[in-house]
Design a protein around this ligand. Structure first.
Ligand code: GLC
Length: 797
C-alpha cells in the first residue's frame, strides 16, 4: 500500500492517504526554535533543547497526540472536523486530505463538505516562534457560517521530564491569561519582581488577521469530562468558556467566527512561541499583514533549496534521485542540527551532541554546505579532552577550556555518561579529511582550537592526540581497547578486550595523517604515521583475520568474537566493510569478504549487522543479546552500516552491488510497501527487523540516525564517485551496468561543474576518457586549477 508520492519539482513528499501506518513527520525550525510535526499535525516544539526547552506537550508512544490542532465547525449544522484528518478523524470517504511535507514547512489541505482548508505550518527563517497560517475557501453555493478554533497544549514547565512526572510540582507554577489577541502562559511568574527573575518564562498562543470570539486557557475546560482531542466539548458547543488555568493543565485555545460567501477565501494565522507580553503583541501585529507568510515560505525555500542545489543528480533511478537531491540531504541537515535529541521516538532526554554521532553527521552535509560543516568541526574538536579522548556527550552550552570530563564525577552526574568510547575521536579523521578535500582548505590543519578541559593546539596536533589516546589505551595483543564501547553501543569487550573495528579505523587514521603530513611537508610526522600504520597492519593481519573474514574483536579473556564456526555472531558486517574502506584489504581480499557478506548477511532489506543473532551463546559483554533476534545490534539490519557496505562495494568498483544494497534499504524504494516498513518513505530509520522477526522489513527509530550521513557518503563518494582530495576531484562512479548515462551538477570550491557520465559499454566502473571544457584530463582526475566558474565535464566509462 502506498500513502503518498514524491513531488521532485517542489521537493515535497505528498501524503494523500492520511491514515499512514505511523505518524510521518517533518522538522521545522532552527537550533533557536525546533518543531516536529506529523502528517496529522501531531508533534511538539521546543526552544533550543527538546529536554530543557519543551513548549508543547506530546504523549510519546501513543496515538500521535496532541498537536497543533485547528478545528472547523459549521455553525448552522453544528458538524465539526479538523483541518488535519486527526484528531477528529472524519470518515475518509467524505473527508479528503493532502499533506505536503517540504523543506522547513508542512502544509495540510483538507476538503470536507465544500470547505477547502489549507493549514501551513512553519518557523520563519532564524525565528524563535512558529506560524500556522490558515486559509479557508468556500467551494459551495451558499454563504457558510463557520467557527475556527486553534488549540495547543502547553507543557507546565520547560523540562520535559518534570512536566511528565513531577505533577505535584509543575502544575502549581503556571497560569494562563487572556490578552485580547492571545493566551499568555506564565511559569514561575511570582519571580518576576524578585531576585530570580531568570526563572520566569512566558509563552503565548495568538491569532492574527481575525478577531478572537471566545478563548480558553485550561485544558480540562477545553476538552470536557472524559473526552479527547477528537471530540472536545467546547468544539461541540461551538464556543470556548473563557476558563483560565490556575493549578491544572494549561492550554491555548482561541476561537474566531467567520462568514464566507460562496467562492471566497479567508486567511489568518495562529502564532505561538516563548515570548513576553509586549513581544507577543508586536509579533501578532506584524502578522496582520496577510502577505507575510507567503514571503516567509519563499525565503525558507530559497534557504533550503539553495543548499540542496549544490549537488543535483539525474540518474536512471528516480528513488535514488529523490533521496540524494532532496530527502536524504535534508535529513542529513536535520541530524546535523538536532543530533539524537528530539523526534517522535527520541523524547528529548539527551541534552547535547553525542560525540561520534555528530562527527559522523557532519560528513553528510560537507558537499552541500562546507562552511556549516567547518563550524561544527571546530566545535567538536573543542570537545576533545587534552589527553586526546573525547567527551562522549557535548552539551549544547559547551564551554571549551572549562568543561569537566568523564573522569570527573560532576560530568558523569550531569550527562549520565560514565567513560570514554574507543571510537569517538576516530571519526574525526574521515570527517576532517572530507572537509579539507571538498574545500582545499588545508590551512585548517594549522588553526588553533581549544581543548574541552584546558589548553589549546593546532587541529593537526588535536588529531595526533586522538591517535595518542588510542595508543595509550591498548588492550591485549597491542590492539585498541574496546573501552566503554566502540561504534556498537552494545559491545563491552572489557578493559583489556580489543575492538577490531577501532583497529581498522585507527589504520585508516594513520593513512589520513600521512596524507596531511605530506601536504604539510612534515616528514617526521609522515615517518611516524607510516611506521605506526605498518606496525598495526601487522597486528591486524595476525589477530584480526580468521580463515575468510575479519573478526569483530577479542574479549579480555582472549576469546575471539566473530570467527568461523561460532554458533552465533560468527560473521560481522562492519569489520568487513571497514577492512575495505580503511584500505587494509586489497581488491582481491576485499572482493572475497564482500562476497561472503553478500552470501551470509544480505537479505531483501539490506545486510544484517551480524549473523546468526545471539540467543544462547553470547559472551558477557554482548549486550545485544537483550534485544529480540534480528533487532537492532542483535542481527538486525542496522541501517547506518548499509552506508558503509555501499561505500565498500563502490570503492572496489562493484557498482551493481553498491546499488543493490542502496535500493534494498532505500526508504523511497519502499514507498509501495509502507505497511511493512511503517516509517516515512522519505527518511531513513535506525534499523529494520530482519529474518528472525515475524515482522521482517519493519523499520524503527525515524529521522535522527547516523544512517542519513553514511548512506549519503556511500552514494556521493561511492556510487556517484565524487572523490575530492586536497588538489582536485577524482571521478570514479561505481554504477550498475544498465545505467547508460547520468548527469550531476556540482558546486566545487565555488565553481559549477556540469558533469555528464556516459556508459555506452555497460560498465560498472572505470574511465576511458575525461574532458573538462573540451580538454582531456589525465586519468579520471580534475586538478582544481583547471576549473572555471562554469565547467562542462564529460566522463566516458
Ligand atoms: C545508535 C547510536 C550510535 C551507535 C549505534 C550503534 O545509533 O546513536 O551512537 O553507534 O547506535 O550502536
Amino acid at each position: 500500500m502506498q500513502y503518498g508520492h514524491f513531488d521532485s519539482e517542489k521537493r515535497e513528499y505528498v501524503i494523500d492517504k492520511p491514515d499512514t501506518p505511523a505518524p510521518w513527520a517533518n522538522y521545522l525550525g532552527s537550533p533557536a526554535y525546533g518543531a516536529i510535526i506529523s502528517n496529522n499535525a501531531g508533534g511538539y516544539s521546543f526552544v533550543k533543547s527538546g529536554a530543557a526547552g519543551r513548549l508543547i506537550r506530546y504523549r510519546f508512544n501513543e496515538q500521535d497526540r496532541p498537536g497543533r490542532y485547528i478545528y472547523l465547525r459549521d455553525d448552522k449544522t453544528n458538524d465539526y472536523w479538523s483541518a488535519s484528518w486527526q484528531p477528529v478523524g472524519k470518515p475518509l470517504d467524505v473527508y479528503k486530505s493532502i499533506c505536503r511535507h517540504g523543506t522547513g514547512y508542512t502544509q495540510i489541505e483538507a476538503d470536507y463538505k465544500d470547505i477547502h482548508s489549507e493549514s501551513l505550518y512553519y518557523v520563519p527563517q532564524d525565528a524563535d516562534y512558529e506560524v500556522w497560517r490558515v486559509k479557508l475557501t468556500n467551494n459551495g453555493k451558499e454563504t457558510r457560517k463557520l467557527s475556527c478554533f486553534g488549540f495547543v497544549e502547553f507543557t507546565c514547565e520547560s523540562f520535559y521530564e518534570q512536566d511528565q512526572v513531577n505533577l505535584q510540582y509543575t502544575q502549581f507554577i503556571t497560569r494562563t491569561y487572556f490578552k485580547d489577541r492571545f493566551i499568555l502562559q506564565t511559569i514561575n511568574e511570582n519571580c518576576l519582581n524578585a531576585l530570580n527573575e531568570s526563572r520566569v518564562e512566558t509563552r503565548f498562543f495568538g491569532l492574527a488577521g481575525a478577531k478572537v470570539a471566545t478563548y480558553c486557557g485550561d485544558r480540562a475546560s477545553f476538552l470536557g469530562k472524559y473526552r479527547d482531542y477528537g471530540n472536545p466539548l467546547s468544539i461541540e458547543n461551538g464556543k470556548l468558556d473563557g476558563t483560565l488555568n490556575y493549578n491544572m493543565n494549561p492550554c491555548g485555545a482561541l476561537h474566531t467566527v467567520l462568514e464566507i460567501p460562496s467562492g471566497k477565501t479567508v486567511e489568518f494565522a495562529f502564532l505561538m512561541g516563548q515570548k513576553r507580553e509586549t513581544a507577543a503583541n508586536e509579533l501578532i501585529s506584524r502578522y496582520e499583514d496577510a502577505s507575510l507568510p507567503d514571503k516567509e515560505i519563499e525565503q525558507l525555500k530559497k534557504y533550503w533549496h539553495g543548499k540542496l542545489a549544490n549537488l543535483k543528480v539525474q540518474t536512471p533511478n528516480e528513488n535514488f534521485n529523490n533521496m540524494i537531491n532532496t530527502w536524504n540531504a535534508y535529513q542529513c541537515f536535520i541530524t546535523f542540527v538536532w543530533s539524537r535529541a528530539a523526534s517522535l521516538i527520541y523524547c528529548g532526554q539527551r541534552n547535547g551532541y553525542g560525540y561520534r554521532d555528530t562527527v559522523q553527521d557532519i560528513q553528510g552535509i560537507i558537499h552541500l554546505d562546507p562552511q556549516m560543516a567547518l563550524e561544527k568541526i571546530k566545535f567538536m574538536i573543542s570537545a576533545q579532552v587534552s589527553h586526546g579522548g573525547a567527551l562522549p556527550l557535548v552539551k549544547y552550552d559547551h564551554n571549551p577550556g572549562k568543561e569537566d570530563k568523564p573522569e570527573d564525577e560532576t560530568y558523569r552526574k550531569s550527562t549520565g555518561h560514565p567513560s570514554y568510547r574507543a571510537d569517538d575521536t576516530m571519526w574525526l579523521f574521515p570527517t576532517v579529511w572530507k572537509y579539507i578535500a571538498e574545500t582545499g582548505n588545508a590551512a585548517l590543519l594549522d588553526e588553533i582550537i581549544p581543548y574541552a578541559d584546558s589548553g589549546e593546539d593546532t587541529l593537526f596536533n588535536h588529531l595526533k592526540k586522538a591517535i595518542g589516546f588510542s595508543l595509550n589505551n591498548l588492550g591485549i595483543h597491542g590492539l585498541p581497547a574496546g573501552l566503554h564501547a566502540d561504534w556498537n553501543d552494545c559491545l563491552r569487550l572489557g578493559a583489556k578486550g580489543v575492538s577490531m573495528f577501532v583497529a581498522l579505523q585507527l589504520y585508516y587514521a594513520f593513512e589520513i595523517m600521512i596524507r596531511f603530513s605530506k601536504h604539510k611537508k612534515d616528514s617526521a610526522a609522515e615517518k611516524e604515521m607510516t611506521e605506526l600504520k605498518e606496525r598495526f597492519g601487522k597486528i591486524i593481519e595476525e589477530r584480526g583475520w580468521k580463515t575468510d573474514r575479519f573478526v569483530r574483536g577479542i574479549t579480555e579473556n582472549d576469546e575471539t568474537v566473530g570467527k568461523p564456526g561460532d554458533p552465533e555472531a560468527s560473521l560481522w558486517l562492519n569489520p568487513q566493510s571497514w577492512a575495505v574502506i580503511s584500505g587494509f584489504a586489497d581488491e582481491k581480499r576485499g572482493g572475497a569478504i564482500l562476497d561472503l557478506v553478500h552470501k551470509e548477511l544480505n537479505t531483501k532489506y539490506g545486510a544484517r549487522l551480524m549473523s546468526p543473532s545471539y540467543r544462547k551463546h553470547a559472551f558477557d559483554g554482548a549486550l545485544a543479546l537483550l534485544f529480540n533476534p534480528s533487532t537492532k545490534e542483535n542481527g538486525g539490519i542496522f541501517l547506518q552500516s548499509q552506508g558503509w557496505i555501499i561505500l565498500a562495494e563502490a570503492l572496489l568498483g562493484r557498482g551493481g552491488r553498491a546499488l543493490e544494497y542502496y535500493l534494498e534499504s532505500c526508504p523511497a524504494a519502499q514507498n509501495t510497501i509502507a505497511d511493512t516498513r511503517l516509517m516515512e518513505p522519505y527518511a531513513y530509520s535506525q534499523f529494520t527487523e530482519s529474518v528472525d522477526s515475524p515482522f521482517e522489513g519493519r523499520s524503527h527509530v525515524h529521522w535522527l540516525t547516523g544512517t542519513a550521513s553514511t548512506v549519503m557518503v556511500g552514494s556521493v563518494e561511492g556510487i556517484l564517485g565524487l572523490r575530492p582530495d586536497i588538489d582536485g576531484l577524482r571521478l570514479t562512479p561505481a554504477i550498475p551496468k544498465d545505467w547508460k548515462s547520468f548527469t550531476m551538477e556540482k558546486t566545487f570550491r565555488g565553481n559549477k561543474l556540469n558533469i555528464k557520465v556516459n556508459n555506452p559499454d555497460g560498465k560498472e566502473c572505470g574511465c576511458k576518457k575525461l574532458t573538462v571544457n573540451g580538454t582531456a584530463m589525465e586519468g579520471n582526475y580534475i586538478p582544481a586549477s583547471v576549473l572555471k566558474t562554469e565547467n562542462e565535464v564529460i566522463l566516458e566509462m
